[in-house]
Design a protein around this ligand. Structure first.
Ligand code: GLC
Length: 421
């Protein structure tokens, strides 16, 4: 490490000439859900210490839909206010013009990661983001309450509905007026698209758009799935769920006020924290399935990308490589239950001890259903907004499922430019 004495003009000139080791400031957007910020900052602090560079953190909203809106505005103005962003797995197609190709910086490190995620992040032959953590929707349940009522973790949505009702009614009778049966994410945003895709796919209703680019969402199984979910509102789920994001659902479940919760794996480590009222009372299984379908989890996850307008691309890429490394991913997995994107870490004893379901649900994570983001490219957010708005309307009783899906099909077809989107 250089220590510069003031007045050492020759050294300053030399540094300027070779650009060598001059410390820079890199601004990064860490997430804000759960422990996102704390764990991201821990790792950026480590990188700062190692390299002598400074890291600043950009304040961003909580919902992925709002973050995308913010970045779109910043990038339209070619803003240099952020160098490294955490990018949702559904963004590379939308943001491709604004992200740097990381290939020259990775030294092949992407080969250690799940190929499907690397493929997702590769657009027009450019690796636009390094995988950071993967996600899939899972079902959290109260082990203690199911034992008390002599019930098992549900494998079908009908079982979930019946068990939620029975346990909720019983607990309310014995004094907990706040007890709910099932909490999930049904605010009108990307999180609802994830939940609704799981319902529809688990009823055999497909994934909105098929592999050929055709809009398939208007089908009887999809209608059945949405109608089933609408039946939960104000019965096993509070009406307020229509305004819940991830953290709202976790708040209710972790306080001990819901039998079941749909959430991402990050909620596990928090539910097992020393101050958690449900510590040691929680189990995690695959989401239930519809009558003739099979369990489906939406594929989520976050990646790290360098913004094209960064004035320090090499240092920004170095930070991305550090944050996405196996050592950082292992630490985050053990302490924050963030699913690694490196298959080898799923065989790591410490990772599995901290998160037993990383082992039992390995297939859920590797077979999760992707949203049609790669297929619809830059149009994905519009498609998803149409989808989440329809799901929200059906859940709130504004439209019947079959009618809503018919209109949605027309709407998505109007967004589509042609067969190849
Ligand atoms: C999680 C997922 C992300 C998804 C979001 C929806 O953060 O990792 O892929 O878009 O939830 O709220």
């Amino acid at each position: 490490m250089f220590t510069m004495k003031s007045g050492s003009a020759a050294l300053i000139l030399a540094l300027a000439a070779f650009g060598a080791n001059a410390a820079v400031t890199i601004t990064v957007s860490c997430g804000t859900v759960g422990q996102d910020f704390e764990f991201c900052k821990k790792a950026t602090d480590e990188w700062s210490k190692k390299t002598g560079n400074t890291v600043k953190h950009l304040t961003i909203p909580q919902s992925t839909s709002d973050i995308l809106g913010l970045f779109r505005q910043m990038f339209a103005a070619k803003s240099t206010d952020v160098d490294v962003i955490t990018a949702d797995i559904v963004w590379p197609g939308s943001l491709k013009a604004h992200l740097l190709d990381l290939t020259p910086y990775t030294k092949g490190a992407e080969k250690e990661h799940f190929p499907a995620i690397v493929a997702n992040n590769t657009v027009d032959g450019k690796l636009l983001a390094m995988p950071w953590f993967t996600d899939a929707g899972v079902l959290y349940y109260r082990k203690d309450l199911l034992a008390k009522y002599n019930e098992k973790a549900p494998t079908t949505w009908d079982e979930l509905t019946a068990t939620a009702r029975k346990v909720m009614d019983g607990e309310r009778k014995s004094g907990n007026a706040d007890m709910q049966g099932y909490v999930f994410q049904a605010k009108a945003y990307e999180g609802l698209s994830c939940n609704a895709l799981e319902w529809i796919a688990s009823f055999g209703g497909g994934a909105i758009v098929d592999a050929s680019g055709k809009v398939t969402v208007n089908n009887p199984q999809a209608a059945k799935a949405l109608a089933t979910a609408a039946g939960w509102i104000n019965t096993i789920s509070p009406t307020g769920v229509l305004n819940y994001g991830e953290e709202d659902a976790r708040g209710v479940f972790q306080k001990g006020n819901s039998v079941f919760m749909r959430n991402w794996p990050y909620a596990w480590s928090l539910s097992q924290g020393a101050d958690s009222p449900v510590k040691d009372k929680v189990g995690v299984v695959a989401l239930p399935k519809g009558a003739d379908g099979k369990s489906a989890a939406t594929l989520g996850g976050w990646n790290l990308a360098v913004v094209r307008y960064s004035t320090h691309p090499a240092e920004a890429a170095d930070l991305v490589m550090y944050l996405s490394s196996a050592a950082v991913q292992k630490d985050r997995a053990i302490r924050g239950s963030y699913n690694p994107t490196i298959p080898a870490l799923y065989k790591d004893g410490e990772v599995l001890k901290a998160n037993p379901f990383f082992g039992t649900l390995y297939d859920t994570f590797t077979n999760a259903v992707p949203r049609p983001a790669t297929l619809t490219g830059a149009k994905y957010n519009e498609v998803s907004a149409a989808f989440w708005n329809t799901a929200h309307d059906v859940l709130s009783g504004g439209v019947k499922a079959d009618e809503g899906l018919k209109k949605l099909e027309a709407k998505i077809n109007s967004i589509r430019r042609g067969p190849s989107w």
